[in-house]
Design a protein around this ligand. Structure first.
Ligand code: HXC
Ligand code: NAP
Length: 286
Protein backbone atom coordinates (compact mmCIF):
# COMPACT_ATOMS: atom_id res chain seq x y z
CA UNK A 1 0.00 0.00 0.00
CA UNK A 2 1.29 3.46 -0.87
CA UNK A 3 0.20 6.94 0.20
CA UNK A 4 -1.98 7.62 -2.86
CA UNK A 5 -5.44 6.78 -4.18
CA UNK A 6 -5.06 4.11 -6.90
CA UNK A 7 -6.37 6.50 -9.57
CA UNK A 8 -3.95 9.37 -8.82
CA UNK A 9 -2.61 9.34 -12.40
CA UNK A 10 -5.60 7.77 -14.11
CA UNK A 11 -5.29 7.98 -17.90
CA UNK A 12 -2.33 10.34 -17.85
CA UNK A 13 0.04 9.46 -20.69
CA UNK A 14 3.59 9.58 -19.33
CA UNK A 15 6.79 9.32 -21.39
CA UNK A 16 9.90 8.34 -19.41
CA UNK A 17 13.30 8.46 -21.11
CA UNK A 18 15.64 5.80 -19.76
CA UNK A 19 12.48 4.13 -18.45
CA UNK A 20 13.59 0.51 -18.86
CA UNK A 21 16.18 0.49 -16.06
CA UNK A 22 16.94 1.80 -12.58
CA UNK A 23 15.06 4.80 -11.30
CA UNK A 24 13.25 5.35 -14.62
CA UNK A 25 11.79 1.86 -14.41
CA UNK A 26 10.84 2.28 -10.73
CA UNK A 27 9.01 5.51 -11.56
CA UNK A 28 7.28 3.92 -14.54
CA UNK A 29 6.08 0.97 -12.45
CA UNK A 30 4.66 3.35 -9.85
CA UNK A 31 2.93 5.48 -12.49
CA UNK A 32 1.31 2.35 -13.96
CA UNK A 33 0.16 1.25 -10.51
CA UNK A 34 -1.53 4.64 -10.15
CA UNK A 35 -3.43 4.36 -13.42
CA UNK A 36 -1.11 6.05 -15.91
CA UNK A 37 -0.41 4.88 -19.45
CA UNK A 38 3.31 4.60 -20.03
CA UNK A 39 5.83 4.97 -22.83
CA UNK A 40 9.54 4.29 -22.35
CA UNK A 41 12.45 5.20 -24.61
CA UNK A 42 16.20 4.57 -24.55
CA UNK A 43 18.93 3.20 -26.82
CA UNK A 44 18.85 -0.58 -26.30
CA UNK A 45 15.80 -2.11 -27.96
CA UNK A 46 16.24 -5.54 -26.32
CA UNK A 47 16.27 -3.97 -22.85
CA UNK A 48 13.17 -1.91 -23.70
CA UNK A 49 11.32 -4.94 -25.08
CA UNK A 50 12.04 -7.02 -22.00
CA UNK A 51 11.10 -4.22 -19.59
CA UNK A 52 7.87 -3.52 -21.47
CA UNK A 53 6.99 -7.23 -21.34
CA UNK A 54 7.59 -7.38 -17.60
CA UNK A 55 5.86 -4.09 -16.78
CA UNK A 56 2.77 -4.38 -18.99
CA UNK A 57 -0.53 -5.27 -17.34
CA UNK A 58 -3.64 -6.62 -18.93
CA UNK A 59 -5.30 -3.79 -20.83
CA UNK A 60 -2.39 -1.46 -20.07
CA UNK A 61 0.53 -2.22 -22.36
CA UNK A 62 3.75 -0.29 -21.96
CA UNK A 63 4.71 1.30 -25.28
CA UNK A 64 8.40 1.45 -26.14
CA UNK A 65 10.48 3.02 -28.85
CA UNK A 66 14.24 2.90 -29.12
CA UNK A 67 15.81 6.33 -29.32
CA UNK A 68 19.18 7.96 -28.73
CA UNK A 69 18.28 11.28 -27.15
CA UNK A 70 21.54 12.76 -28.50
CA UNK A 71 20.00 12.68 -31.97
CA UNK A 72 17.26 15.28 -32.45
CA UNK A 73 15.83 13.43 -35.48
CA UNK A 74 15.44 10.22 -33.43
CA UNK A 75 13.81 12.23 -30.64
CA UNK A 76 11.29 13.65 -33.11
CA UNK A 77 10.48 10.16 -34.44
CA UNK A 78 10.12 8.76 -30.94
CA UNK A 79 7.81 11.53 -29.69
CA UNK A 80 5.74 11.22 -32.89
CA UNK A 81 5.43 7.45 -32.33
CA UNK A 82 4.27 7.90 -28.72
CA UNK A 83 1.67 10.49 -29.77
CA UNK A 84 0.46 8.24 -32.58
CA UNK A 85 0.12 5.34 -30.16
CA UNK A 86 -1.66 7.08 -27.28
CA UNK A 87 -3.11 10.09 -29.11
CA UNK A 88 -1.29 12.51 -26.79
CA UNK A 89 1.40 12.95 -24.13
CA UNK A 90 0.58 14.54 -20.75
CA UNK A 91 3.86 14.18 -18.86
CA UNK A 92 7.50 14.02 -19.97
CA UNK A 93 10.06 12.62 -17.53
CA UNK A 94 13.63 13.44 -18.60
CA UNK A 95 15.47 10.65 -16.79
CA UNK A 96 18.01 9.34 -19.35
CA UNK A 97 21.57 10.16 -18.34
CA UNK A 98 25.19 9.17 -18.68
CA UNK A 99 27.91 9.58 -16.07
CA UNK A 100 31.14 8.03 -14.73
CA UNK A 101 33.83 9.04 -12.25
CA UNK A 102 37.12 10.26 -13.65
CA UNK A 103 39.75 12.91 -12.94
CA UNK A 104 38.76 15.67 -15.34
CA UNK A 105 42.23 15.95 -16.86
CA UNK A 106 41.93 12.33 -18.02
CA UNK A 107 38.84 13.04 -20.13
CA UNK A 108 39.00 13.18 -23.91
CA UNK A 109 36.71 15.62 -25.75
CA UNK A 110 34.63 12.59 -26.81
CA UNK A 111 34.21 11.56 -23.17
CA UNK A 112 33.01 15.07 -22.29
CA UNK A 113 30.59 15.00 -25.22
CA UNK A 114 29.31 11.54 -24.26
CA UNK A 115 27.89 12.94 -21.02
CA UNK A 116 26.98 16.49 -22.11
CA UNK A 117 25.16 15.24 -25.19
CA UNK A 118 23.01 12.75 -23.29
CA UNK A 119 22.23 14.87 -20.26
CA UNK A 120 22.07 18.45 -21.53
CA UNK A 121 21.39 18.15 -25.25
CA UNK A 122 19.21 15.06 -24.90
CA UNK A 123 17.04 16.68 -22.24
CA UNK A 124 16.82 19.85 -24.31
CA UNK A 125 15.80 17.96 -27.48
CA UNK A 126 13.00 16.00 -25.78
CA UNK A 127 11.81 19.09 -23.92
CA UNK A 128 11.72 21.09 -27.15
CA UNK A 129 10.01 18.38 -29.18
CA UNK A 130 7.28 17.75 -26.62
CA UNK A 131 6.93 21.43 -25.65
CA UNK A 132 6.45 22.61 -29.25
CA UNK A 133 3.70 20.05 -29.73
CA UNK A 134 1.91 20.99 -26.50
CA UNK A 135 2.01 24.68 -27.42
CA UNK A 136 0.71 24.02 -30.94
CA UNK A 137 -2.05 21.72 -29.59
CA UNK A 138 -2.99 24.07 -26.74
CA UNK A 139 -2.36 21.14 -24.38
CA UNK A 140 -1.29 21.56 -20.76
CA UNK A 141 1.47 19.29 -19.47
CA UNK A 142 4.17 18.63 -16.91
CA UNK A 143 7.89 18.06 -17.39
CA UNK A 144 9.87 16.35 -14.65
CA UNK A 145 13.66 16.46 -14.90
CA UNK A 146 15.84 14.12 -12.86
CA UNK A 147 18.95 16.06 -11.86
CA UNK A 148 21.50 15.60 -9.03
CA UNK A 149 22.21 17.43 -5.78
CA UNK A 150 25.47 18.77 -7.22
CA UNK A 151 23.52 20.55 -9.97
CA UNK A 152 22.24 23.28 -7.66
CA UNK A 153 23.68 26.76 -7.69
CA UNK A 154 26.46 27.11 -5.13
CA UNK A 155 27.23 23.42 -5.57
CA UNK A 156 29.09 21.21 -8.07
CA UNK A 157 31.34 18.16 -7.75
CA UNK A 158 34.82 17.15 -8.74
CA UNK A 159 35.39 13.85 -10.60
CA UNK A 160 31.97 13.98 -12.32
CA UNK A 161 32.49 17.38 -13.92
CA UNK A 162 30.70 16.83 -17.27
CA UNK A 163 27.69 15.52 -15.33
CA UNK A 164 27.80 18.45 -12.88
CA UNK A 165 27.95 20.97 -15.75
CA UNK A 166 25.21 19.22 -17.72
CA UNK A 167 22.83 18.73 -14.77
CA UNK A 168 23.32 22.39 -13.74
CA UNK A 169 22.25 23.23 -17.28
CA UNK A 170 19.18 21.03 -16.97
CA UNK A 171 18.26 22.77 -13.72
CA UNK A 172 18.64 26.16 -15.44
CA UNK A 173 16.39 24.85 -18.24
CA UNK A 174 13.82 23.75 -15.65
CA UNK A 175 13.74 27.11 -13.88
CA UNK A 176 13.84 29.18 -17.06
CA UNK A 177 11.00 27.34 -18.79
CA UNK A 178 8.98 27.36 -15.56
CA UNK A 179 8.59 31.07 -16.21
CA UNK A 180 8.50 31.15 -20.01
CA UNK A 181 6.12 28.25 -20.64
CA UNK A 182 3.76 28.70 -17.67
CA UNK A 183 1.64 30.88 -19.98
CA UNK A 184 0.90 27.69 -21.99
CA UNK A 185 -0.03 25.65 -18.92
CA UNK A 186 3.28 23.78 -18.99
CA UNK A 187 4.73 23.09 -15.56
CA UNK A 188 8.40 22.26 -14.84
CA UNK A 189 9.62 20.32 -11.82
CA UNK A 190 12.82 18.48 -10.91
CA UNK A 191 14.04 15.87 -8.46
CA UNK A 192 17.61 15.81 -7.11
CA UNK A 193 18.28 12.28 -5.83
CA UNK A 194 21.10 11.37 -3.46
CA UNK A 195 22.56 7.84 -3.69
CA UNK A 196 20.10 5.22 -4.98
CA UNK A 197 21.77 1.89 -5.78
CA UNK A 198 20.99 1.13 -9.42
CA UNK A 199 23.18 -1.06 -11.64
CA UNK A 200 23.78 1.85 -14.03
CA UNK A 201 24.93 4.34 -11.38
CA UNK A 202 26.77 1.96 -9.05
CA UNK A 203 28.88 0.34 -11.77
CA UNK A 204 30.10 3.76 -12.94
CA UNK A 205 30.17 5.81 -9.73
CA UNK A 206 30.64 3.44 -6.81
CA UNK A 207 32.48 0.51 -8.39
CA UNK A 208 34.30 -0.83 -5.26
CA UNK A 209 33.06 -1.71 -1.74
CA UNK A 210 35.36 0.96 -0.31
CA UNK A 211 33.86 3.72 -2.47
CA UNK A 212 30.39 2.46 -1.58
CA UNK A 213 31.23 2.65 2.16
CA UNK A 214 32.50 6.21 1.70
CA UNK A 215 29.29 7.17 -0.07
CA UNK A 216 27.17 5.76 2.77
CA UNK A 217 29.30 7.55 5.36
CA UNK A 218 28.27 10.89 3.87
CA UNK A 219 24.54 10.34 4.40
CA UNK A 220 23.26 11.57 7.79
CA UNK A 221 20.42 9.04 7.72
CA UNK A 222 23.07 6.32 7.27
CA UNK A 223 21.46 4.54 4.35
CA UNK A 224 20.92 4.75 0.61
CA UNK A 225 17.58 5.69 -0.90
CA UNK A 226 14.82 3.23 -1.70
CA UNK A 227 13.59 3.47 -5.30
CA UNK A 228 10.01 3.42 -4.06
CA UNK A 229 10.63 6.60 -2.04
CA UNK A 230 11.74 8.39 -5.19
CA UNK A 231 8.89 6.95 -7.25
CA UNK A 232 6.30 8.24 -4.76
CA UNK A 233 7.80 11.71 -4.89
CA UNK A 234 7.76 11.64 -8.69
CA UNK A 235 4.13 10.46 -8.74
CA UNK A 236 3.08 13.35 -6.52
CA UNK A 237 5.03 15.94 -8.53
CA UNK A 238 3.47 14.91 -11.85
CA UNK A 239 -0.02 14.63 -10.35
CA UNK A 240 -2.63 17.38 -10.42
CA UNK A 241 -2.22 17.78 -6.65
CA UNK A 242 1.17 19.40 -7.32
CA UNK A 243 -0.41 21.80 -9.83
CA UNK A 244 0.97 24.93 -8.15
CA UNK A 245 4.57 23.66 -7.95
CA UNK A 246 6.49 25.15 -10.84
CA UNK A 247 10.26 25.54 -11.26
CA UNK A 248 11.05 23.75 -8.01
CA UNK A 249 13.70 21.07 -7.46
CA UNK A 250 13.00 18.62 -4.64
CA UNK A 251 16.02 16.98 -3.01
CA UNK A 252 15.68 13.39 -1.78
CA UNK A 253 19.05 12.42 -0.32
CA UNK A 254 18.80 11.60 3.40
CA UNK A 255 20.45 14.96 4.15
CA UNK A 256 23.66 14.13 2.24
CA UNK A 257 23.86 17.47 0.51
CA UNK A 258 23.50 19.46 3.73
CA UNK A 259 26.11 17.30 5.43
CA UNK A 260 28.64 18.58 2.90
CA UNK A 261 27.37 22.16 3.16
CA UNK A 262 27.82 22.70 6.92
CA UNK A 263 31.31 23.85 7.87
CA UNK A 264 31.17 22.07 11.24
CA UNK A 265 29.43 18.85 10.22
CA UNK A 266 32.68 16.86 10.51
CA UNK A 267 32.28 17.28 14.28
CA UNK A 268 29.89 14.31 14.09
CA UNK A 269 33.08 12.24 14.48
CA UNK A 270 34.00 13.78 17.85
CA UNK A 271 33.46 11.35 20.78
CA UNK A 272 31.62 12.19 24.06
CA UNK A 273 34.95 12.16 25.90
CA UNK A 274 36.50 14.53 23.40
CA UNK A 275 33.47 16.81 23.77
CA UNK A 276 34.09 16.97 27.54
CA UNK A 277 37.64 18.17 26.91
CA UNK A 278 36.54 20.52 24.15
CA UNK A 279 33.84 21.97 26.43
CA UNK A 280 36.45 22.89 29.03
CA UNK A 281 38.62 24.60 26.43
CA UNK A 282 35.78 26.42 24.69
CA UNK A 283 34.25 27.64 28.02
CA UNK A 284 37.58 29.27 28.87
CA UNK A 285 37.01 31.39 25.78
CA UNK A 286 34.25 33.27 27.75
C1 HXC B 1 37.07 7.84 -18.88
C2 HXC B 1 35.51 7.20 -20.47
C3 HXC B 1 34.86 6.35 -19.51
C4 HXC B 1 35.42 6.28 -18.19
C5 HXC B 1 33.79 6.19 -21.38
N1 HXC B 1 34.80 7.05 -21.60
N2 HXC B 1 33.80 5.75 -20.12
N3 HXC B 1 36.57 7.94 -20.17
N4 HXC B 1 36.52 7.04 -17.94
N5 HXC B 1 34.87 5.51 -17.25
C6 HXC B 1 35.14 7.73 -22.86
C7 HXC B 1 35.52 6.73 -23.96
O1 HXC B 1 36.87 6.34 -23.87
C8 HXC B 1 35.23 7.56 -25.22
O2 HXC B 1 36.24 8.50 -25.48
C9 HXC B 1 34.01 8.38 -24.82
O3 HXC B 1 33.99 8.39 -23.39
C10 HXC B 1 32.72 7.77 -25.32
O4 HXC B 1 32.68 6.42 -24.86
P1 HXC B 1 31.63 5.36 -25.46
O5 HXC B 1 31.75 4.12 -24.64
O6 HXC B 1 31.79 5.29 -26.94
O7 HXC B 1 30.29 6.15 -25.15
P2 HXC B 1 28.81 5.71 -25.22
O8 HXC B 1 28.66 4.30 -25.73
O9 HXC B 1 28.09 6.78 -25.90
O10 HXC B 1 28.38 5.65 -23.66
C11 HXC B 1 28.10 6.79 -22.91
C12 HXC B 1 28.66 6.66 -21.49
C13 HXC B 1 28.25 5.31 -20.84
C14 HXC B 1 28.15 7.88 -20.69
C15 HXC B 1 30.19 6.73 -21.55
O11 HXC B 1 28.76 5.23 -19.52
C16 HXC B 1 26.76 5.12 -20.82
O12 HXC B 1 26.19 4.63 -21.79
N6 HXC B 1 26.07 5.50 -19.74
C17 HXC B 1 24.59 5.40 -19.62
C18 HXC B 1 24.10 4.98 -18.26
C19 HXC B 1 24.70 5.75 -17.10
O13 HXC B 1 25.77 6.37 -17.21
N7 HXC B 1 24.03 5.65 -15.94
C20 HXC B 1 24.48 6.30 -14.72
C21 HXC B 1 23.66 7.50 -14.42
S1 HXC B 1 23.92 7.96 -12.77
P3 HXC B 1 37.44 8.23 -26.57
O14 HXC B 1 38.11 9.56 -26.68
O15 HXC B 1 38.30 7.16 -25.96
O16 HXC B 1 36.78 7.79 -27.83
C22 HXC B 1 23.94 9.64 -12.60
C23 HXC B 1 23.78 10.21 -11.20
C24 HXC B 1 24.99 10.46 -10.43
O17 HXC B 1 23.97 10.33 -13.53
C25 HXC B 1 24.79 10.91 -8.99
C26 HXC B 1 25.07 9.82 -7.97
C27 HXC B 1 24.94 10.24 -6.56
P1 NAP C 1 20.55 3.99 -15.29
O1 NAP C 1 19.73 2.79 -14.95
O2 NAP C 1 21.87 3.80 -15.92
O3 NAP C 1 19.64 4.97 -16.15
C1 NAP C 1 20.06 5.67 -17.27
C2 NAP C 1 19.11 5.36 -18.41
O4 NAP C 1 19.33 6.31 -19.46
C3 NAP C 1 19.27 3.97 -19.00
O5 NAP C 1 18.02 3.36 -19.11
C4 NAP C 1 19.86 4.22 -20.38
O6 NAP C 1 19.40 3.25 -21.31
C5 NAP C 1 19.32 5.61 -20.69
N1 NAP C 1 20.18 6.33 -21.63
C6 NAP C 1 21.51 6.58 -21.50
N2 NAP C 1 21.96 7.22 -22.58
C7 NAP C 1 20.90 7.40 -23.41
C8 NAP C 1 20.74 7.98 -24.67
N3 NAP C 1 21.77 8.53 -25.32
N4 NAP C 1 19.51 8.00 -25.24
C9 NAP C 1 18.45 7.45 -24.59
N5 NAP C 1 18.54 6.88 -23.38
C10 NAP C 1 19.76 6.85 -22.80
O7 NAP C 1 20.83 4.86 -13.96
P2 NAP C 1 19.85 5.45 -12.83
O8 NAP C 1 20.63 5.44 -11.59
O9 NAP C 1 18.52 4.80 -12.87
O10 NAP C 1 19.71 6.97 -13.30
C11 NAP C 1 18.46 7.53 -13.65
C12 NAP C 1 18.49 9.03 -13.43
O11 NAP C 1 18.71 9.33 -12.06
C13 NAP C 1 19.58 9.76 -14.20
O12 NAP C 1 19.11 11.00 -14.67
C14 NAP C 1 20.64 9.98 -13.16
O13 NAP C 1 21.48 11.08 -13.47
C15 NAP C 1 19.77 10.26 -11.95
N6 NAP C 1 20.43 10.08 -10.66
C16 NAP C 1 20.67 8.84 -10.18
C17 NAP C 1 21.27 8.69 -8.95
C18 NAP C 1 21.54 7.33 -8.34
O14 NAP C 1 22.13 7.28 -7.27
N7 NAP C 1 21.14 6.25 -8.96
C19 NAP C 1 21.64 9.83 -8.21
C20 NAP C 1 21.38 11.09 -8.74
C21 NAP C 1 20.76 11.21 -9.97
P3 NAP C 1 20.28 2.83 -22.59
O15 NAP C 1 21.68 2.63 -22.11
O16 NAP C 1 19.63 1.59 -23.10
O17 NAP C 1 20.16 3.95 -23.57
Amino acid sequence: MGPFAPDLLKDKVVLVTGGATGLGRAMGEKFLELGARLAIASRREDVLRQASGEMSREGNEVFYKSCDVRDAAQVQEMVEAVEQHFGRIDVLVNNAAGNFISPTERLSPRAVDAVLNIVLHGTFYTTLEVGKRWIAQGRHGTMLNIVTTYASSGSGSGFVVPSAAAKAGVLALTRSLAVEWAQYGIRQVAIAPGPFPTDGAWSRLSPTPELERKMLGRVPLGRVGDKDELAHLAAYLISDYAGYINGEVVTIDGGEWLQGAGQFNDLLEVTEQQWDTLAEITRKGK
